[in-house]
Design a protein. Structure first.
Length: 105
């Protein structure tokens, strides 16, 4: 898969995971990996970018004598998911066309 497309899909999958509930890195990796492979070295730059773009916020909580950073989706992040879903319809139509599933004049 082309890296730019995969990066965009990963961002949306991370946001979709956070749409359901606040979460932390290891759990996000576990949840997203059920759909598309993701590693720590990929996740944390995505979270940093999403936070810089105000799509998520974060806070830390002590867990087993260590700080665990939790991420929460913002309204901007929710809007990003909606924009993706609209854009995905165009991609889906192109996919059908490439496969020859669409009838064209």
């Amino acid at each position: 898969m082309e890296s730019q497309l995969k990066r965009g899909l990963l961002e949306i999958c991370v946001l979709a995971t956070l749409r359901n509930s606040e979460s932390y890195g290891y759990k996000i990796i576990k949840d997203v990996s059920d759909v598309i492979p993701i590693s720590e070295s990929t996740l944390y730059p995505i979270l940093k970018r999403l936070e810089a773009n105000n799509c998520v916020t974060s806070y830390s909580v002590e867990h087993n004598s260590r700080l665990r950073k939790y991420y929460k989706i913002t309204d901007i992040g929710l809007n990003k998911i909606q924009e993706f879903l609209i854009d995905w319809q165009v991609i889906s139509n192109a996919h059908k066309y490439i496969l020859g599933d669409e009838q064209h004049e």
